[in-house]
Design a protein around this ligand. Structure first.
Ligand code: ZN
Length: 400
């Protein structure tokens, strides 16, 4: 930390979640909660956290007036490079029709028809929306192009906004290859991969009936690994299947959805580094059964919470909403849900510099219009995020 940086002390914080084991009250306390706390920001990094009475001197001070502070949310699963709208599909589904993966084709057609400027504007719009709700790190994917040109274009646009870019050419079999899925897998693992790999960190596949089976998913992820991309998998969302086992086998950073799990699937997650990323916005928006977070946590798996923000099955950018659902319907405690939405998301991206307020971490800090982080679940739907710092820079929050 350079002494030429300006230091800011955010002080008079009523309760501060650090996710720092050094501040844990007990071996089972993951949040490292500090009351009457302060945070010292030096440039774009956290320099110190502790009790306000013990705070070091700083160039400037910001009075939190007793509000709660948490690390910025890490949304490790979103699909923001898209065009068009699926209001009618949602409306029909809420009127009694079942969800099928085929709805993605609607967004593929709209995305291919959009200009670069339209896609860029859409990404920017939803990122601002997420930032206002406290998201300071996010992952996003391709997957609505399904041609070499359109997938590479989506990744180029995404990479202007985040380092966490995922190649999802294997979202569904392109409608252009409906009669020859093997040829589409060859494209995804060949020419399309060559064009996309330079713009991405991750490779993903939708392993599901109607999308890609276990053998196809293994071939796609293995080809990506050979090009330097690291795997993550849409796994076990709509039905039981091989996705979770494959994620553990390939050391995927994350198995995402995990809604339909066998005991062997739970064991595989508990005994691997693969994070179980739960996306309750999808179950909410499709009236599906919830993933069982309690079962995963009790088995010892690492759980992340993310939005899955996309125009079809989960059109929310709100991490606080996902926390409220996880607490109300998935068996998580408010403390567990907060951890999963911050440090858990960071684990799903194999990051240690975000999702926590520890010395050296990026200065991503959210102040809530509430005395405690528990209010994120206790007061669902209320815009409690009042101030957001990202990389040490204060942005405008809801009440800003
Ligand atoms: Zn997804």
């Amino acid at each position: 930390m350079s002494s030429s940086n300006t230091t800011t002390l955010v002080t008079n914080i009523g309760s501060l979640v650090t996710n720092d084991p050094a501040h844990a009250a007990s071996p089972t306390d993951n949040l490292g909660l500090i009351h009457d706390a302060a945070v010292l920001i030096d440039g774009d990094r956290i320099a110190w956290t502790g009790r306000a009475a013990d705070a070091p001197p700083a160039d400037t001070a910001y009075d939190a007036r007793g509000r709660a502070a948490i690390p910025g949310f890490v949304d490790s699963h979103s699909h923001l490079v898209f065009a068009g709208d699926r209001t009618q599909e949602f409306n029909a589904r809420m009127s009694g029709r079942a969800y099928s993966a085929g709805g993605i084709r609607t967004t593929v057609a709209a995305t291919r028809a959009a200009t670069d400027e339209e896609l860029e504007a859409n990404v920017t719009h939803y990122l601002r929306e997420a930032l206002r709700q406290g998201t300071t790190t996010f992952e996003t994917k391709s997957g609505y192009g399904l041609t070499t040109h359109d997938e590479a274009r989506a990744l180029r646009i995404a990479s202007r906004h985040t380092d966490e870019v995922t190649y999802l050419g294997a979202h569904i079999v392109s409608p252009d290859y409906a009669d020859d899925p093997a040829a589409y897998v060859a494209l995804v693992t060949g020419e399309m991969l060559d064009a996309c790999a330079p713009h991405a960190r991750w490779i993903d596949v939708f392993c599901e009936k109607g999308a890609f089976d276990g053998d196809q998913a293994r071939a796609i992820l293995t080809a990506g690994k050979a090009k330097g991309l690291h795997p993550r998998i849409h796994a076990n969302q709509l039905s039981h299947g091989p996705g979770v086992q494959l994620a553990a086998e390939l050391d995927a950073a994350s198995a995402d959805h995990c809604t339909h799990l066998t005991d062997a699937d739970v064991d595989a997650l508990a005994n691997s580094r693969t994070v179980a990323t739960l996306l309750p916005g999808a179950e909410f928006s499709t009236r599906a059964d919830w993933p069982d977070a309690r079962r995963l946590l009790d088995a010892g798996a690492t759980v992340a919470l993310s939005t899955d923000c996309n125009p079809g099955s989960s059109f929310t950018s709100s991490m606080p909403f996902c926390i409220a659902l996880a607490v109300r319907d998935m068996g998580m405690t408010p403390d567990e849900a907060l951890w999963s939405a911050t440090a858990g998301g960071a684990a799903a991206l194999r990051r240690t510099d975000v999702g926590r307020l520890t010395p050296g971490a990026r200065a991503d800090l959210v102040l809530l219009d509430a005395p405690s982080h528990v209010h994120l679940a206790y007061r669902p739907g209320v815009p409690l995020v009042s101030e957001v710092w990202r990389g040490g820079v204060r942005t405008t929050g809801h009440a800003g």
